[in-house]
Structure formats: structure tokens, C-alpha cells
Design a protein around this ligand. Structure first.
Ligand SMILES: [Ca+2]
Ligand SMILES: [Ca+2]
Length: 194
């Protein structure tokens, strides 16, 4: 009986070990951007410290000093089921949900469909005042100014049918109105499969 119990515990531990993320999924790629440059899987590879953490960024499509987008190319994929892509999106500054200054964040398959089109952001400011952020995760210095940032976990599905010859390229792009007031970065990217 005791042996059975030990066996059961061992099996349970093994199961837990192979499924560290969400149930039924296993991680096949992960990126934490600990170095000054991200791996060559990424088209824009510069990293930047936000808080105490190195992230991929910053990005701004209006400011020539920053890249506007990055493409993640995954190769050697053998999965026949849909992939899951998870990461922490970091919104820096005063991203707007509506009006003339409204912004957008889009993830799409290169030469393919959009996987995410985001128009709602957590960047709340009292009286639209940059120095009065609400529920931000911290402040980060960008150029001459400290700006608030908000971290939002994002999880999307990548259809298996879009994987060609074991490869897929995914584009991440923000469409911003603020050249010096709005930026983004990303961290803790995980690609999972069943
Ligand atoms: Ca990191
Ligand atoms: Ca804006």
C-alpha cells in the first residue's frame, strides 16, 4: 500500500513537472530578454530595463530613435495543434482608448491575419496629467522624463494551419499618436503547444 502511495506521488510530481504552465500545454520557446540583445528569433533585438527587469523595447512607430515593430520567427515547429503565445505587455506613458489620440496594438501573422487588435489600455491618468497615473506598476525614465508603466499579461492562440514548413513569423506593432509620450515593451514571452 505504501509503495503504491509513493508511486502515485511520484507520478503526480512527474505530471506536474511536464506541465508547468497551463494544463495540457508545454512550453516550447521562452524569452526573458536578460541580455542587451534578444536572440536572432527577433527582428528588433534591443532591450531596455523597465523597473528592475530587462525587456524587449522600447518601441514607438512615430519616433525614429526607436523601432516601430518586431517580428518573432519560430522555426522547427512540429506541432499540429494550435500554439499559444503568452507574454507581458508593458505600456509606457499615456496610451489613449478613444478620440483623436486613440492608439492601437496589433499582433498579426506576417502576410496573414490579425491575431489581436487591442484598443483598450490600462494607462489611466487623473485629469490627463502624466504625473498622476492610476494603478501603474512603476515609473521608468524615458529620455528626460519618468513615465508610468502598466504591465498587462496577454495570451493569444496561433492557428496551426498558419504554420508553413514548421515555421511562422509573428509581427508585434503599436500604432501610436505620441512621439515622446507613448512607448511599449514586452517581456516573458512563452510559446506553448499541446
Ligand atoms: Ca526580462
Ligand atoms: Ca495616443
Amino acid at each position: 500500500m505504501k509503495k503504491l502511495l509513493i508511486l502515485f506521488v511520484l507520478c503526480a510530481c512527474a505530471l506536474f513537472y511536464v506541465t508547468p504552465a497551463s494544463a495540457g500545454y508545454r512550453i516550447i520557446k521562452s524569452y526573458s530578454f536578460d541580455k542587451k540583445k534578444a536572440s536572432k528569433d527577433w527582428s528588433a533585438r534591443k532591450t531596455f530595463i523597465v523597473g528592475k527587469n530587462r525587456t524587449l523595447g522600447l518601441f514607438n512607430d512615430r519616433n525614429k530613435r526607436y523601432p516601430s515593430q518586431t517580428v518573432l520567427t519560430l522555426t522547427g515547429l512540429t506541432s499540429t495543434s494550435d500554439l499559444r503565445l503568452k507574454f507581458d505587455m508593458i505600456f509606457v506613458g499615456s496610451w489613449d482608448n478613444e478620440g483623436k489620440l486613440a492608439d492601437k496594438f496589433v499582433i498579426s501573422i506576417v502576410d496573414g491575419p490579425e491575431l489581436l487588435n487591442m484598443t483598450n489600455f490600462p494607462c489611466q491618468l487623473i485629469d490627463n496629467d502624466d504625473s498622476r497615473p492610476v494603478n501603474n506598476n512603476g515609473l521608468v525614465r524615458v529620455g528626460p522624463k519618468d513615465r508610468a508603466y502598466w504591465i498587462k499579461p496577454i495570451s493569444i492562440s496561433i492557428p496551426a494551419g498558419k504554420i508553413e514548413n514548421g515555421s511562422i513569423s509573428i509581427n508585434f506593432k503599436g500604432f501610436l499618436t505620441g512621439r515622446k509620450t507613448e512607448f511599449w515593451a514586452m517581456d516573458n514571452v512563452q510559446v506553448l503547444t499541446k
